[in-house]
Design a protein around this ligand. Structure first.
Ligand code: ADP
Ligand code: MG
Length: 152
């Protein structure tokens, strides 16, 4: 079992959030899941968008999957799934969306992870955003290797 780790970071502006997404992009591998927690407008999609663009290596249009619930991208070396589960009506819809399979073989970025219920993956990096002044406070917890990469 990998060691769990915690880290608290202050992100003063949206560029700091994007930079964190880009930093994380290079460290994720197939089977890794990032849970993006926090209220509406806290920066979850902003981080996911920067991460996906960095991993794709191009300035792709990355819409918020608010209505589609999931959006997938073919990146070199790994498929990326970006999910926004705010509108999920029942945790078992996760199965219909194919997310359990994606957790096993893709890089998954999940907004509103609490909607997953019993389908929440055991081993995941959780990033929780909260407003702090003009910026955001980010609390990270998860596998030591991934948490350490955030601080670089
Ligand atoms: N560290 C930050 N400080 C200030 N504003 C930020 C920060 N990170 C992101 N934002 C801004 O927060 C807004 C909402 O972000 P978004 O990612 O759409 O929210 P969510 O997906 O959590 O609902 C965006 O306009 C973005 O520019
Ligand atoms: Mg969002």
């Amino acid at each position: 079992m990998s060691e769990l780790c915690r880290l608290s970071l202050f992100l003063p502006d949206e560029e700091a959030t994007a930079a964190l997404g880009r930093r994380l992009a290079g460290r994720l591998k197939p089977g890794d899941t990032v849970l993006l927690d926090g209220p509406i407008g806290s920066g979850k999609t902003h981080l996911a968008r920067a991460l996906i663009r960095a991993r794709l290596g191009r300035d792709e249009d990355v819409p918020s999957p608010t209505f589609t619930l999931v959006q997938s991208y073919e990146a070199p070396g790994a498929e990326i799934w970006h999910a926004d589960l705010y509108r999920l009506t029942h945790p078992d819809e996760v199965l219909e969306l194919g997310l359990e399979d994606a957790f096993a073989r893709a890089i998954c970025l999940v907004e509103w992870p609490d909607r997953l219920g019993r389908h929440l993956p055991e081993r995941a990096l959780r990033l929780s955003f909260a407003a702090e002044g003009e910026g955001r406070r980010l609390e990270a917890s998860g596998p030591a290797g991934l948490v350490a990469g955030l601080a670089a």
